[in-house]
Design a protein around this ligand. Structure first.
Ligand code: AMP
Length: 480
């Protein structure tokens, strides 16, 4: 089966070919013909399956006929995060290059004024996070009675983030004659209730869960003897040194640890940057861009922040913590080994993690082999050889790293980040409700090599432009 067999028109097929894709993925193959016929679709699929194109492609086709009216978008896509919204917008730009569709994003960080102007001109495609959409609606800037197609993307994630009441309300504001394309990786009872209520005789398409991809990924447990953070960070560094990743995501269960681990790795000379919902949006966007460009090797992330990020080339995943929900483990390691590529995942496990590990092994139905780097003893050792750049650095080296990072700039960077935090949208909650679209930035810093040359790159903080936020420079609690 090729894209030519799905009923798409020549201008769209040309745009798909230009993007380099020749064969539809299973969800695309099954969803697109039904969506083109106007059927409701319930897609049970997760990120990495090609689900985004399975709704953007038919939407471009359907919307190519007709024109928008002021304040009345012709289609609406609800998404849990700003990053995902930006990726969907990228999809429309890529595949819609031969169509003249107008698009607006209602997401945090984009000024209301700019969005109001776009809405007034009339938009074919409106991509929004639920809270921000309702803000605009309540301000009387938006009518949803012209919505012909409505998409709900990553519904189960929106459930986790408490968006279901907002989504119900939005559904009720749209015409019942609309076409609905609804996507969720899982179908908990609340989501099932929502689809029963708002979808009309949908075609149900279920594509293989990521758990099957777990088979293509080489997975290892790195055991630590103690459960203390210092042993875990030492184990993480040992795993990174061993794996020598091109780019990797390091997952932590808590936002606080995302910052601590990013700071610790940075102080040890690794090109690392944190991403989580509490960071100022400008920092998140820039970090993601830098990571996508390969300028930041290690992205330290929480589950929510990483959800939906379209990062095609991750060579490794590291779990600083084992997740408490085994499904999250599968999501996390699914960041590597995508689309048939091979991938490697290392997970730090302390003696306290035995239960979490057993739950994961039961879900993926295999035992994860252990890799022993012998770091536990080293991490607890009172003195380190000064020449060992990959271990805890000597105190004077650390103070010179901190002191030599262009003092004035550093302060400016810290200040601007705090300012950005203060300016965050008031509706914002910890679950990273909304984000502005990715902006291309030129990052002048590049990550260096590893190992012996580590001291040469210790003055670089990768992915944050010329500004090194103060939180990356503060000492890590418990680190000597
Ligand atoms: P998604 O599940 O929509 O997040 O897509 C996951 C990744 O698959 C993205 O990097 C897409 O660009 C890519 N992709 C989407 N459709 C195809 C296709 N037909 N063939 C190959 N890759 C695709």
């Amino acid at each position: 089966m090729t894209f030519n067999d799905l009923g798409l028109s020549p201008p769209l097929l040309e745009a798909i070919a230009a993007s380099g894709y020749t064969t539809p993925t299973p969800i695309q193959e099954q969803a697109i013909p039904h969506a083109l016929q106007g059927r409701d679709v319930l897609g049970i699929a997760q990120t990495g399956t090609g689900k985004t194109a399975s709704f953007t492609l038919p939407m471009i086709e359907v919307l190519s006929r007709g024109r928008p009216k002021a304040r009345m978008p012709r289609s609406l896509i609800l998404t849990p995060t700003r990053e995902l919204a930006a990726q969907i917008a990228d999809n429309f730009e890529k595949y819609g290059k031969n169509h003249k569709l107008t698009m607006a994003l209602l997401i945090g960080g984009v000024s209301f004024g700019d969005q109001d102007r776009l809405l007034m001109q009339g938009v074919d495609v409106l991509i929004a996070t639920p809270g921000r959409l309702l803000d605009h609606f309540e301000r009387g800037k938006l009518l949803l009675t012209g919505v012909q197609v409505m998409v709900v993307d990553e519904a189960d994630r929106m459930l986790d983030m408490g968006f279901i009441p907002d989504i119900e309300r939005i559904f009720k504001l749209t015409p019942f004659t609309r076409q609905t394309l609804f996507f969720s990786a899982t179908m908990p009872a609340e989501i099932q209730r929502l689809t029963d209520q708002f979808l009309s005789n949908p075609v149900r398409i279920e594509v293989a869960r990521r758990a099957t991809a777990a088979e293509t990924i080489d997975q290892f447990i790195v055991k630590t003897q103690g459960s203390d953070p210092k042993s875990k960070r030492a184990a993480l560094r040992a795993a990174i040194d061993f794996a020598d990743p091109q780019t990797a995501i390091v997952f932590c269960n808590r936002k606080r640890d995302v910052d601590i681990v990013a700071r610790s790795l940075t102080r040890h000379g690794y090109g690392a940057a944190p991403i989580h919902g509490d960071l100022a949006q400008a920092v998140r966007t820039q970090t993601l861009e830098s990571f996508k460009a390969g300028e930041t090797k290690l992205l330290i992330a929480s589950d929510v922040a990483a959800r939906g990020l379209d990062i095609p080339e991750v060579s490794h995943v590291f779990n600083y913590d084992l997740p408490s929900h085994p499904e999250d483990y599968v999501h996390r390691i699914g960041r590597t080994g995508r689309a048939g590529r091979s991938g490697v995942a290392f997970s730090i496990a302390t003696p306290a993690d035995n239960k979490a590990r057993a739950a994961i092994e039961s879900l993926i139905q295999k035992q994860i082999p252990e890799k022993d780097f012998g770091v536990a003893e080293e991490a607890d050792a009172p003195a380190k050889p000064a020449a060992d750049a990959s271990d805890d650095a000597p105190a004077e080296a650390k103070s010179s790293r901190r002191g030599s990072r262009r003092g004035g700039r550093r302060r400016g960077g810290a200040k601007s980040q705090e300012g950005a935090r203060e300016n965050a949208a008031p509706r914002e909650n910890k679950a990273a409700r909304e984000e502005k679209p990715a902006e291309k930035r030129n990052n002048s810093k590049r990550s260096g090599g590893r190992g012996k040359s580590g001291n040469e790159r210790e003055h670089e903080v990768v992915g944050l432009g010329d500004h090194t936020p103060a939180f990356l420079l503060r000492p890590v609690p418990g680190e000597t």
